[in-house]
Design a protein around this ligand. Structure first.
Ligand SMILES: Nc1nc2c(ncn2[C@@H]2O[C@H](COP(=O)(O)OP(=O)(O)OP(=O)(O)O)[C@@H](O)[C@H]2O)c(=O)[nH]1
Ligand SMILES: [Mg+2]
Length: 410
């Protein structure tokens, strides 16, 4: 029965009871009088119970602490700032010491994969089996069929011309040949020729989850540490958590973040960021963009528009960096082709090389597409970004010189 019904019935019973009781002592026999009194008392008690309950609830509510925000579920690794290490989250917990990440240590697993295959080449006269081992080794490191075949053809000619009769010399010749291919200019521009006064914009593009936002965080860390003033543009307006992920990185390196509302035109966000950066005299704008499939024409057109707008006064696009995940394999090549067509890519950032045995993709990208690999991601921390160094790359990959790293588990 509801509180209202009880109150209504109670009121009627009390009213009738009062008339009967007050109507005169003769109106009711004694037995009935006692029954009516009992009924009235019972109804009064019934009506009081909900009132007492309600007042108890009110008292409890006023003395309880304010409602806490609900704990967030852990986000997907590629989806939010939770993927970025947050030192401020546990200020009292000392970070464990960690060996500095080096290019060679990042290539350890690629080298491990290659080492056994290349071992069969060393110390013996090259024969059909040697060439097969070469082919397997290069394909296994994700150099790709076309580049592997072209490389081995050139190597055969070079070996014949130089009269090479030792497997070790053949490996050295391959190293030389790779260095020749990897001779691109790799510096990162902070100005555009003829537009020195414009604010430099570095645009980061690529498919979903390759590490664009993380790379911006790492690059921001690098630039800020060297005294540059950085503004970040949250050009990924597609994914709700993208701006807050970038905000975490911006906070960490003291950069300013310019973002727009969810679903806003990414071009306008980048334009706002460039305008703000120019007004504040910042050195470079690092512009994030939403991940997109290279096969989606409308999304590639959107990217071309972002680039055009970013390149307008007061900004100038100094770098368009295509971010490629080293674990993706040969699909990275088709990504590179499509993005280069849409946005004039000036360089490649190869991420996640730390978790990949496919370091050969670098060679394929440069040999087939002529795009310089400028930076390499070797982990998830702010410091885990190094410049690409062709000599260390060839040495680490082929084991031509330099001893295997202790981290290789030897
Ligand atoms: N091991 C390793 N992980 C990396 C590296 N770079 C990025 N990651 C991780 O890759 C995941 C995706 O990184 P994001 O920066 O969010 O990738 P994104 O390209 O911005 O993703 P979308 O915006 O969703 O397209 C995160 O878990 C990063 O921590 C790297 O060099 N090494
Ligand atoms: Mg992102």
């Amino acid at each position: 029965m509801s509180t209202r019904a009880v109150a209504g019935a109670g009121a009627i019973v009390i009213f009738i009871g009062a008339i009967l009781l007050l109507g005169g002592s003769d109106a009711l026999p004694d037995g009935w009088r006692i029954a009516v009194i009992g009924l009235v008392v019972a109804m009064l008690a019934l009506m009081t119970v909900p009132l007492v309950q309600r007042s108890r609830q009110r008292r409890a509510a006023s003395s309880s602490p304010p409602e806490q925000p609900r704990p967030q579920l852990a986000a997907q690794p590629s989806a939010t700032a939770a993927t970025a290490p947050d030192e401020t989250a546990h200020p009292d917990v000392a970070k464990p010491e960690r060996a500095p990440v080096t290019f060679a240590s990042g290539l350890a697993s690629s080298r491990r994969t290659l080492r056994d295959r290349l071992a069969s080449i060393r110390g013996r006269t090259p024969d059909a089996e040697t060439w097969e081992s070469f082919e397997e080794a290069l394909l296994g490191a994700d150099v790709g069929v076309a580049t592997t075949m072209a490389t081995l053809d050139r190597l055969r000619s070079a070996a014949a011309a130089a009269g090479i009769t030792e497997g070790d010399d053949l490996l050295s010749a391959l190293g030389d040949q790779m260095r020749e291919v990897l001779d691109a200019e790799r510096s990162l521009a902070t100005s555009v020729p003829g537009r020195d006064d414009a604010t430099a914009v570095w645009l980061f593009v690529g498919v979903n989850g390759v590490g664009k936002t993380t790379t911006i965080g790492k690059v921001g860390h690098r630039l800020s540490s060297s005294g540059q003033r950085v503004v970040m543009a949250a050009g990924d307006t597609f994914r709700a958590a993208a701006a807050s992920q970038l905000q975490t990185w911006a906070d960490r390196c003291g950069a300013e973040l310019i973002s727009g509302s969810s679903g806003a035109d990414p071009s306008s966000v980048v334009h706002d960021a460039v305008t703000a950066a120019a007004a504040r005299g910042a050195d470079v704008v690092l512009a994030d963009t939403a991940g997109r499939l290279q096969t989606r024409k409308n999304l590639m057109d959107e990217l071309a528009k972002v680039r055009r707008v970013a390149d307008r006064e007061p900004g100038a696009v100094a770098e368009t960096l295509l971010v490629i995940d080293a674990t993706t394999g040969q699909n990275g090549l088709s990504q590179a082709r499509a993005f280069a067509e849409a946005t004039d890519v000036t360089g490649v950032v190869l991420t996640k090389l730390d978790g990949s045995a496919k370091g050969g993709i670098v060679f394929a990208i440069e040999a087939e597409l002529g795009l310089p690999v400028k930076l390499v991601g070797l982990g998830e921390q702010a410091e885990d970004l190094v410049a690409f160094d062709p000599d260390s790359y060839v040495d680490a990959l082929l084991g031509v010189s330099g001893e295997p790293q202790p981290s290789e588990g030897e």
